[in-house]
Write a protein that binds this ligand. Structure first.
Ligand code: GLA
Length: 372
């Protein structure tokens, strides 16, 4: 009796220590019958993140607003099959190379490689069947001060035209401080190029109540990489000072997004550009802040990557429908995709996207939520 009581007390203690929990369950199945699973990370501060095995995708992210109301702040679909059929990369883990590689061509050590061109003349987000459309495995889940899910994927040598067998993990963890941390790691069997990132579309108003034009955005970036008309960097690193790209102090997204005098705004149809994050790449540093005045939700993004792609959903045109059969339109979300610069394999003076055997690639992203 006494013993049983002690055991219960001990369990109670452990219960308090294990503040955030991870649970695993079915998410549904694809048209071809393959089963999709999901891990849900829940903390004691009202946040929960659901990650599904298809694309190691952040499928939903519930965050309390300033009055404690819990709502989903990421765009996506209700069913797994829709993620496969639509090309928007909602919440997906993107690879092998997030963003563009010019004309789908690069060379390594004198050898040329040809990739699919699936975005006009260019290669985008790893090709027609990138990591977002692959089934990842759940390696482990754990509860504790950080609730954690480790997902993995092995990309065969030559998959989508890239050299080397690439072993990739995506580790999502959530703590009680409302920080969702995401870490991509990879090793390769041959020299290769890669750029892994997460492609979440944030709408902090919750359940997409409002578009993001009134969101206040700060980007810790004194320079960005201008692009040509096909969104390939020209190689220039341009100062943001005096341009619609100066977000070093908070600005409403909508204030300068129609400034057609700026050729870069015209090329991007708004914002679809890589910003060079201030400070030393490799160290975790603050890169971006988004504040949604209506709900009071605030998102702070810290990164180890050299760059961050700021994209305002410019290709969403109301022809496809997300969670709850809601039509998604231009300016309905903000994407902040930390990584190396677009088309790095073809720009020797950009931070390298090369990975050699024996090295470990790491890209760490922290999304911290709060209210004001
Ligand atoms: C990235 C690109 C955009 C677009 C989206 C996906 O953000 O920079 O141009 O391709 O992905 O639609």
């Amino acid at each position: 009796m006494k013993f049983a009581f002690a055991a219960v007390a001990l369990l109670g203690l452990c219960g308090t220590a294990q503040a955030a929990t991870a649970t695993r369950g079915a998410f549904g199945q694809l048209a071809d019958g393959s089963k999709v699973e999901a891990v849900t990370l829940t903390n004691s501060a009202g946040m929960s993140a659901k990650i599904m095995t298809l694309g190691a995708t952040l499928q939903s992210l519930v965050v309390p607003d300033r009055s404690g109301k819990k709502e989903d702040v990421v765009l996506g679909y209700d069913t797994a099959q829709e993620y496969l059929s639509r090309p928007n990369y909602f919440g997906a883990s993107v690879g092998r190379y997030a963003n563009r590689i010019a004309k789908g061509k690069f060379s390594l050590d004198g050898k040329s490689f040809t990739l699919a061109t699936n975005d006009g003349p260019n290669h985008l987000h790893g090709g027609p069947k990138g990591f977002d459309k692959r089934m990842w495995k759940i390696d482990s889940i754990s509860s504790g001060p950080d609730a954690k899910a480790v997902l993995s994927y092995v990309s065969a040598d030559g998959e989508e035209g890239y050299p080397g067998e690439l072993k990739v993990t995506a580790t999502y963890s959530l703590n009680d401080q409302n920080e969702l941390k995401l870490e991509y790691r990879a090793t390769t069997s041959k020299p290769t190029v890669l750029n892994l990132t997460n492609h979440s579309y944030f709408n902090l108003s919750g359940n997409d109540a409002r578009d993001v034009m009134g969101n206040m955005v700060t980007l810790d970036a004194a320079r960005f990489t201008p692009v040509d008309a096909t969104l390939i960097p020209t190689g220039e690193r341009r100062a943001v000072a005096g341009t619609p790209f100066d977000f070093r102090t908070p600005h409403r997204v909508g204030d300068r997004i129609r400034d057609a005098k700026d050729q870069q705004i015209r090329f991007g149809r708004g914002y679809d550009h890589n910003f060079i994050v201030d400070g030393a790449a490799g160290s975790l540093r603050h890169a971006a802040r988004v504040e949604e005045p209506g709900s009071g939700r605030v998102l702070d993004v810290s990164v180890t990557a050299p760059g961050i792609q700021f994209y305002t959903g410019n290709f969403m045109d109301g022809t496809f429908f997300g969670k709850g059969q809601r039509a998604y339109r231009q300016g309905d979300a903000i994407c902040l995709e930390p990584g190396v610069f677009p088309d790095s394999p073809n720009h020797k003076d950009f931070p390298t996207s090369r990975l050699n055997p024996g090295q470990t690639y790491v890209n760490t992203i922290v999304y911290k939520f709060g209210t004001h």
